[in-house]
Design a protein around this ligand. Structure first.
Ligand SMILES: Cc1cc2nc3c(=O)[nH]c(=O)nc-3n(C[C@H](O)[C@H](O)[C@H](O)COP(=O)(O)OP(=O)(O)OC[C@H]3O[C@@H](n4cnc5c(N)ncnc54)[C@H](O)[C@@H]3O)c2cc1C
Length: 371
């Protein structure tokens, strides 16, 4: 357990207000639209979110990783993993440029991305190489002062919108020793991008990229030729930690929503939380709350969520919590009409489980994309 500093608590409070006002009310709409406004990058940049942990001379704020973890935890309260993935894709696209890109490249790319004016992405994965990065096949051959890239990438977050892509390519022989990283601008001729449909993370921009004789100048090499594998592995370290923090934060959000539902939902004249079959489970799962970011006494909100709070209703208004809870009613807003019945037919039935409204939300997704 660790305590947040006064500055971090202030930042947390700013973020919480921002998320409740600018994000939570819109996440369902954005998920349905399978995108979110590009303007959001500028808005989060304006409150300092994009620059966390980056050098000041490139427009960042030099703070430790705790701040980024804190940001992930607060944005998770909006309940959309896809939003986090796309909004923060620069945190996997930029680090190799900051670590070993040339100064001119850094100045051209990094400040614009941290200001929310441009979007950065990382393109490593290929149809034939995911975990096994050393097997990737996208080739870049030298031709005069250019590299010419041929190959394809898949599952690339921010792939459609990215202005700058950090792309893993094979410049040398087989295996880990022949890989390099190249900066590819999104508007380069020879780069074709296709959006991918996904089971989840709908609002996240995820793309298939095809490189057909795509030329970039040799100045776009990031670091040394054929030394890219180590840089990619190094980059994964930060990504894994942030993904772990995000998973933890979303588990917390799921618990908070389940707890609120157990308090609000009444069956046979009493709230679910009063049932002996429900209450012990909720209480035991609530224990990790005491270890949540900020620890004991972090702020009033943290204390209120602590394990013992499961038998009490929250006293004050909390836009973030209300926003989350509002999503339970998403299915209930559907019109009670023939069209509604048609929509329901394609879904698994949750009727009779006491979770019809929450179930409708997930069923909608299952019905639309499921086998
Ligand atoms: C929504 C989404 C967004 C993504 N965004 C990006 C992005 O921005 N940039 C990017 O480059 N990639 C991205 N990816 C790709 C992601 O990094 C890969 O999916 C991941 O690396 C796994 O690769 P794979 O899917 O080819 O699985 P595989 O490598 O084929 O692995 C399949 C399964 O086998 C397991 N496995 C593999 N090898 C072993 C082994 N030796 N021992 C035991 N188990 C093993 C894996 O853990 C996995 O469960 C994204 C993927 C998704 C779904």
């Amino acid at each position: 357990m660790f305590q947040l500093t006064p500055e971090q608590l202030q930042f947390q409070s700013t973020l919480r207000t921002f998320v409740a006002r600018e994000i939570t009310p819109f996440v369902n709409e954005w998920d349905e639209a399978e995108t979110f406004p590009r303007e959001l990058y500028r808005k989060v940049a304006a409150i300092g979110l994009l620059g966390l942990g980056y050098p000041e001379h490139l427009g960042g704020t030099e703070v430790d990783l705790t701040w980024r973890l804190l940001a992930s935890a607060e944005l998770a309260r909006a309940g959309s993993g896809g939003l986090l993935a796309s909004l923060f894709s620069h945190n996997i696209g930029l680090p190799p440029i900051v670590a070993s890109g040339g100064e001119a490249m850094q100045r051209r790319v990094v400040p614009r991305v941290l200001a929310g004016e441009a979007i950065a992405a990382l393109a490593v994965t290929e149809p034939g190489a995911g975990s096994d990065v050393a097997a990737l096949a996208t080739r870049a051959r030298r031709d005069g002062n250019d590299y010419v890239i041929d190959g394809e990438k898949v599952f690339i977050t921010s792939g459609m919108r990215a202005d700058f892509l950090t792309v893993a390519v094979r410049t040398g022989g087989a295996g880990a020793g022949g890989l390099s990283l190249l900066l590819v601008e999104g508007d380069r001729p020879g780069l074709a991008r296709t959006p991918l449909k996904k089971m989840g993370w709908w609002m996240s921009d995820t793309a298939h990229l095809r490189f057909d004789g795509c030329r970039v100048p040799v100045q776009n090499l990031i670091g040394e030729e054929d030394r890219g594998f180590a840089a990619i592995m190094e980059n994964f370290n930060g990504e894994r930690l942030l993904l772990a923090a995000g998973s933890w934060a979303f588990a917390q959000v799921c618990f908070d929503e389940a707890l609120q539902w157990a308090r609000d939902r009444r069956t046979f004249g009493a709230p679910l939380i009063a049932r002996v079959a429900v209450r012990p489970g909720v209480a035991s799962r609530g224990r990790p709350h005491r270890r949540r970011l900020g620890g004991r006494g972090g702020n009033a909100e943290e204390s209120r969520h602590a394990g013992t709070a499961v038998v009490r209703r929250p006293g004050g208004a909390d836009p973030g919590r209300h926003g989350l809870h509002a999503r339970h009613t998403r299915g209930a807003h559907l019109p009670r009409s023939e069209g509604d019945d048609d929509r329901r037919r394609g879904r698994r039935s949750h009727e009779g489980t006491g979770g019809a409204s929450a179930g409708a939300m997930s069923d909608k997704k299952i019905g639309r994309r499921g086998p």
